[in-house]
Design a protein around this ligand. Structure first.
Ligand SMILES: [Fe+2]
Ligand SMILES: [Fe+2]
Ligand SMILES: [Fe+2]
Length: 423
């Protein structure tokens, strides 16, 4: 196990941004494309590097406050008038990560029209927010079924016709100065956009350490969990029980911290699953079950793309695997499942049984032990870890419950604040 872990900030933000847009052909690469246009315009405006970076991050994460897949699709297709809520929530969510803090105001105002600003375009926040706003507007005009060079003139005209209402004339002129090459449009829809932004974008050289990775994993834990009132604390519980089990097992301090990050991100791929399936009260159909089964595939794919987080990718993504090969979707054999992955498997199922669900209260210790004990006897779960859980049940349970109470409090505070600000 390596002693220190760093990852490239650009790669991390690009991957997580991608994760939010993976779910539907209507969304794919939406935020990445918005970031590309923002980046081109910011370079042309010759704003400082610091402003360029904050605008780039704001563009990559601009719809982070739209929690459900259904909300994101409605926004992308301009099928909703309620644009305020996701701006406010996005700004609030992002505000507690130091690397992202400066982008919060831009995210909070990315649907603010020029005519609604009571401020000068000389104000850097207004200027940068207008750039992101135009970039988002542009991407939403792209018809994904039509060749881009057959529609660029229509898009430019549409933007031009909104000068002074949606966008300040200076911002429209800035856009006109970058969009006159075919290259701009071809890059915009290129399947290689990820690597263009990674290799040439603003964060080529910024590496961040585990403390920062952990904070960002908490932000993503919340956008995964806050999609539904019922699951608002699930990943917090899994992260807490996985890290306490890792500690009792005797893993190193570094591994315990990595386990917490993996727990925060274990259901990351659920961002690709519609809420109508996640929250369905009755039994899932065969097709719906197939969609659910893809979530850990995406968890692996996204974390692995970040680079440098191989153990976290495995520990997080193998939580539905079983030692006897009956899990999904990788059907790993026992030899492929490391101690970290085995701990996560137990932590996930323990948390799911012990926490309250919409259709039932959390199970008692006796019921939990009966179900997990059965899986352990069947050689589906690692007997050593199950025994550790049973021997230290109270400690693991209270650690999980305490983290979930904190998460519940934070969730309720954020929801109330968001509601108040949107009134
Ligand atoms: Fe938006
Ligand atoms: Fe958007
Ligand atoms: Fe899961």
């Amino acid at each position: 196990m390596q002693r220190s872990i760093t990852v490239n900030l650009g790669n991390l933000v690009l991957s997580l941004s991608d994760a939010m847009d993976l779910a539907s052909p209507a969304l794919i690469h939406h935020q990445q494309r918005v970031a590309f246009v923002t980046w081109e315009m910011a370079k042309a405006a010759k704003i400082s590097n610091e402003r360029l970076e904050r605008s780039f991050i704001a563009a990559l994460l601009h719809d982070i406050g739209a929690l459900t897949l259904e909300d994101k699709i409605a926004l992308r297709l301009s099928e909703t008038d309620n644009t305020e809520e996701h701006c406010v929530r996005g700004g609030l969510l992002i505000d507690r990560v130091p690397w992202f803090k400066n982008s919060a105001r831009i995210i909070g105002t990315h649907h603010t029209q020029w005519q609604e600003w009571n401020d000068s375009i000389e104000n850097p926040i207004v200027f940068d927010s207008q750039i992101v706003s135009l970039s988002d507007f542009l991407e939403r005009l792209v018809d994904r079924d039509q060749y881009i060079l057959f529609q660029n003139e229509r898009i430019v005209e549409e933007i031009r016709s909104n000068t002074r209402s949606l966008f300040h004339p200076m911002i429209v002129d800035l856009f006109l100065s970058v969009c006159n090459r075919e290259e701009f449009w071809l890059d915009l829809v290129s399947p290689r956009l990820y690597s263009i932004l990674l290799n040439e974008g603003p964060f080529r050289k910024i590496e961040i350490i585990l403390d920062d990775i952990a904070l960002i994993s908490e932000l993503f834990r919340d956008i995964i969990d806050f999609r539904s009132h019922f699951t608002a604390t699930h990943s917090s519980g899994v992260a807490a029980s996985a890290s306490i089990l890792a500690k009792i097992f005797g893993l190193t301090d570094m591994e315990i911290r990595l386990m917490e990050v993996a727990g925060n991100l274990h259901d990351l791929g659920k961002l690709a699953v519609p809420n109508s399936i996640l929250e369905k009260p009755g039994k899932l159909t065969k097709e719906e079950m197939a969609v659910i089964k893809s979530h850990t595939y995406y968890t692996y794919f996204i974390i692995n793309t970040i680079g440098g987080l191989q153990s976290i990718a495995e520990w997080a993504a193998y939580h539905h695997e079983r030692l006897d090969g009956t899990g999904y979707p990788f059907h790993c054999a026992a030899g492929e499942l490391s101690t970290g992955s085995r701990i996560m498997m137990v932590a996930d199922i323990f948390t799911a049984l012990a926490e309250d669900r919409p259709y039932r209260n959390g199970m008692s210790r006796k019921e939990v032990m009966e179900i997990i004990g059965q899986l352990s006897r069947r050689q589906s779960l690692d007997t050593r870890i199950v025994d550790l859980l049973f021997d230290n049940y109270e400690e693991v349970y209270s650690c999980m419950a305490e983290k979930q109470n904190c998460a519940r409090e934070f969730y309720e505070k954020q929801s109330a604040l968001c509601e108040r600000l949107c009134r």
